[in-house]
Design a binder for this molecule. Sequence first.
Ligand SMILES: NCc1[nH]cc(CCC(=O)O)c1CC(=O)O
Length: 331
Amino acid sequence: MSQAPASTATFRVGTRGSALAVTQTTTVAEALAAASGHPYELVRVKTEGDVTSGPLSQLGGTGVFAAALRLALLEGECDVAVHSLKDLPSAQPQGLVIAATPARVDVRDALCARDGLTLAALPPGAKVGTGSPRRGAQLLAARPDLQIVDIRGNVGTRLGRVAGKAPAADDGGVGRGVQGDLDAVVLAAAGLARLGFEEHITEYLDPAVMLPAPGQGALAVECRPETAADGVIAGALAALDDLPTRLAVTAERALLSRLEAGCAAPVGALASLQNGGLRLEAVVCSTDGTRLLRRSLAGEATAGAAAGLGVRLAEQLLADGAAELAALAGH
Ligand SMILES: NCc1[nH]cc(CCC(=O)O)c1CC(=O)O
């Protein structure tokens, strides 16, 4: 098996095959190539999350999107892999490191509704599609009359479920035949922007109403430790890393990890630099949206303190009854 050091050869960048994954991986690969002066090639890895069509929340816990990419790295089929950070389980596998977290883009969730409607303007009982218990619960907390419809598929497929939005199936047919049956869907603004679908957004949901998933809007560049230490690529990875993003996602993921929550759990978290410190806000919901535990905590904006902030806020939420409120394992 080829394990050529990235400094002497083309480096191979692993990606999922979806349009979103290829778009964001290409952006990262081009930045690494420009900074290192070495060419890259994309290695497409099919993941369980891409080929299974059951409800996402029942796929069996965390990491369905990331596991195959991680295996490809460990087996030396690629040198670096690019993940959506929010799809990455918070436990770091032995033999792999997150070598860079590029600057995060828009963290918010976005409503894509028919006829330009906002959340407040949707008619009573409107059907809103999401496969995420976190989004469903917060939608119901804001609008208890809504009908939440469990949907899956890639971004284009989900958009195509909204009446009047052009179907743009890019998932091999998972969502085919059910276009136009919903009043709205909720998707991450980051994914919509990366795919050039921003014109479908009818409202950017305020994090005060809809806290995003831990890591939303951020990417993780993962590799084996020897790749991270390799002279040429190490500099390129360091140049790509963004410290405010790393601090924020470290706090958010530490919270998720301390809650022992999976990526499908009804948990939202968002950290940001404020007044020279790091402020973390989190919510744990009952899936029907009738009960929300929401808390925030501020700490030092340092690499040493970020994880502790997440752990402390998680412990406060657990003391408030978070584990009784929500099925944290996410299935
Ligand atoms: N779970 C799917 C997923 N993983 C990453 C994104 C794009 C947004 C991001 O990078 O946070 C999406 C789509 C979505 O949630 O709408």
